[in-house]
Design a protein around this ligand. Sequence first.
Ligand code: NAD
Length: 451
Amino acid sequence: MLDVSKVILKHKEFFEAGVTKDVNFRLEQLKKLKKAVEDREKQIMDALCKDLHKSEFESYLTEIGVVLSSINYFLKHLKKWAKVKKVRVPLNQIGSKAYIYHEPYGTVLIIGPSNYPFQLVFEPLIGAIAAGNCVILKPSELTPNTAKVIKEIITETFDENYISIVEGGKEITRDLINERVDYIFFTGSVAVGKIIAEAAGKNLIPCTLELGGKSPCIVHNDGDLEVAARRIVWGKFVNNGQTCVAPDYLLVHKDVKNDLLAKIKKYIIEFYGESPITNNDYGRIVNHRQWERLINLIDKDKVFYGGEYIEEELYISPTIIDNVNWEDKIMKDEIFGPIIPVIQYDSIESIIKKIKEREKPLALYIFTNSKDIERKIINEISYGGGCVNDTLFHLVNPNLPFGGVGASGIGAYHGKTSFETFSHKKSIMKKTTLFDFNIIFPPYRNKLKIV
Ligand code: NAD
């Protein structure tokens, strides 16, 4: 049995030696990480194919390429971000200077999910290294081939007391979250997020929770249906629907529903063929438990397209369920698979009300050509982030913080926000010793009249 407290102690000693405080050290580590990933591109792709039937292109586009471009971005900006920032002082504190220091927390625990098992461990790792922390990685046990490559990269690239990897499932994760690490960064389900938050709360450990939920996708009657259909099909079926920000369900204006569904069907066939089971670009569900949960959501009477599945292959075809009601089983929890329920609406106000009755979504997408509708949705509904006239793309811009709100998550990362997430902002006021404003000192008698 791994003694996690010993592992954490070693990291604390490494951190206390102070080497990670040097920005040049951090830049060197990022360069080493970049090389290690580049050297193993093929291996990573093979592992993702074994775990999730990901195609090489999709693995590069959504996992390896994202990580490499993120490292490049950090290499370019880190020195500037890490500088001590001088800020203004108010007039009544004349004679002072004020600074913000970005201080690493110490040892960060990063817990990864199964859907983008490579990217979602390395993306936070980049931020944690950049901010000067030691790191313990705990990748998902549901994607063992990817976890194996991650382990190889980490153990061959870094000092084990600086960055280490712990493998296993919920038992080992529970041990880790009950220890005194200095920060926890968790990506995964809402249910497990609550367990993490509770454990972190007990020891007052700061944490980021990147969670999930049901992300609506609205297609209004003035939207470009061809564009909407193409981008929805891509955003929903990439990684076989196992994307935290995938459009979970469609809300379509009644005037355009039939047209939109016909176009969605056309693009499914164009992208994946009449028989996606034989198409290497089409993924699989991560395990049997999830596959079974998903096929139970398919109401055969309401299938508009697809609805086929094969147990031994963990395969579910791209499936559209029509005429869904808000009360249907499929509208209860996050779907996280290649099934898209469709609800039609009359008025935008009615769906705003319905969305607001539920937990705050991680993402929301609206297809419209009306600035008023766009503004109304953005202003009236609280959600993590999203796109107008597209799906998923808000998360690939490093200038946009990525995270949820309410039940879809706490905190954010990506780009400079990652650096800030993994840094404590230490505020310092440096005072002159030449004078004081003596009015602040007792005795206070009659002084209230002066201020
Ligand atoms: P999960 O919550 O089942 O597992 C995530 C991690 O938690 C794994 O490393 C696992 O070992 C650990 N874990 C599982 N059960 C645990 C327990 N009882 N106690 C302690 N640790 C436990 O999530 P998953 O199935 O791997 O991923 C899918 C979920 O993650 C979806 O809900 C999805 O929306 C969400 N997600 C969110 C983001 C985001 O950035 N917001 C990204 C990807 C996935």
